[in-house]
Write a protein that binds this ligand. Structure first.
Ligand SMILES: CC(C)(COP(=O)(O)OP(=O)(O)OC[C@H]1O[C@@H](n2cnc3c(N)ncnc32)[C@H](O)[C@@H]1OP(=O)(O)O)[C@@H](O)C(=O)NCCC(=O)NCCS
Length: 116
């Protein structure tokens, strides 16, 4: 289990998992993301508005990647990000996600691959 994080099935079929991020036992939830089992897509990455800009988004994503590698043995992850979303793009690139395509001129498709 991710430290400070727990997961719950979204639709009861174990297909989507919401990961909720709590930096420590005594703090409130600060963020969430959704992982689609099988396709390895990540959706709905979000940090509570008042908690942004304090490093939580990066910690949450880094922990999520580690968790998914451990739990699902993933070696690839996919997501999309708006081309003008500076903080999100910065975080994803820092974690090793690479732009692999563009959709409708406003979304980057990004992929992360586990180092062999
Ligand atoms: C994107 C989001 C999850 C980031 O979470 P966060 O906790 O605010 O992010 P962090 O504080 O961990 O990191 C922000 C990083 O972006 C950098 N940054 C901030 N503004 C930036 C900009 N305009 N351009 C590039 N980098 C920027 C910061 O310097 C920081 O990087 P650093 O630690 O290397 O200096 C959060 O802003 C959010 O929930 N946004 C609304 C939903 C959203 O856009 N989700 C992403 C969908 S793809």
């Amino acid at each position: 289990m991710l430290k400070g994080t727990w997961m719950a099935p979204w639709n009861g079929r174990d297909r989507y998992w919401w990961l909720y991020y709590k930096p420590s036992k005594d703090t409130e939830l600060v963020g969430q993301l959704c992982y689609e089992v099988g396709s390895h897509w990540i959706y709905n990455v979000k940090v509570v508005e008042t908690m942004r800009g304090q490093g939580y988004g990066q910690k949450m994503m880094a922990e999520a990647v580690k968790y998914l590698v451990r739990k699902y043995k993933v070696d690839t992850l996919h997501l999309t990000c708006r081309t003008n979303n500076g903080p999100a793009l910065h975080i994803y690139k820092k974690l090793g996600f690479v732009i692999v395509g563009t959709e409708y001129d406003e979304l980057y498709r990004m992929t992360w691959k586990r180092e062999q």
